[in-house]
Write a protein that binds this ligand. Structure first.
Ligand SMILES: Nc1nc2c(ncn2[C@@H]2O[C@H](COP(=O)(O)OP(=O)(O)O[C@H]3O[C@H](CO)[C@@H](O)[C@H](O)[C@@H]3O)[C@@H](O)[C@H]2O)c(=O)[nH]1
Ligand SMILES: [Mg+2]
Length: 194
């Protein structure tokens, strides 16, 4: 970390229940050269990976559906979110993480994955970098039911939908998850399923 615009960074732990919330107090050098003190909170839940599973022949994609409490308390009526498969790195390399997560959540054992973007999803408040992948799947790669890890009480539903159907769900607002929208738009722009 190097930035000549900031100095005297102090960190105060506000919460470390499931993940970590810190308050940072620091001095920031403005354009006119003077220093001002600022405070910013940063929620650290580690980094994550997400993947768009696609089948070019069938022109389909695999998505997941699960309850997301933070959306429920902010306007998402039933709290259910349709998303690409995703998970936290938990110390794994992003590629290893996403392969593991795909099998756990969707039941597919996939081979090749390709990273298309790295993104800070909420840079004003959350430290997380999300690694976005695409990966081809076929019916014969299905080795289990998916649904998520039992001990994590994830209750994930697996959806196989047509690519056009998924694009329609994005346009209608049924899909509201940013990483999912980014990957669907990537697929559209790059002609991935053409
Ligand atoms: N008890 C408890 N459990 C939690 C809490 N927060 C998360 N969990 C458990 O931890 C699991 C983490 O599952 P993953 O599949 O590894 O992560 P994810 O929640 O799907 O996260 C992915 O999507 C996020 C949202 O788009 C991304 O932010 C993240 O990077 C990742 O890609 C959750 O399903 C849930 O069971 C919490 O506050 N308390
Ligand atoms: Mg997940």
């Amino acid at each position: 970390m190097k930035n000549s615009r900031i100095r005297n960074i102090r960190k105060e732990l506000l919460s470390d229940n499931w993940y970590t919330l810190n308050k940072f107090t620091f001095e920031y050098r403005k354009e006119d050269g003077t220093w001002e003190t600022q405070q910013r909170e940063a929620y650290d839940r580690g980094n994550g990976a997400a993947i768009l599973l696609y089948n070019k022949k069938k022109r389909t994609v695999v998505l997941t559906r699960q309850f997301r409490m933070p959306t429920y308390v902010n306007g998402n009526e039933d709290g259910m979110m349709i998303e690409v498969c995703a998970g936290l790195l938990d110390g794994d390399h992003p590629e290893d993480c996403i392969r593991k997560e795909v099998e756990e959540e969707t039941g597919y054992q996939i081979h090749d994955v390709q990273k298309v973007y790295e993104t800070y999803m909420s840079p004003g408040s959350v430290t997380e970098i999300l690694y976005l992948f695409i990966g081809a799947y076929e019916d014969r790669m299905k080795v289990g039911e998916g649904g998520g890890a039992e001990h994590e009480t994830e209750n994930i539903e697996v959806l196989e939908v047509s690519f056009d159907g998924a694009l329609g769900m994005m346009r209608s607002g049924e899909i509201k998850d940013a990483k999912t929208m980014m990957l669907l738009q990537y697929a559209l722009i790059s002609g991935l399923l053409d």
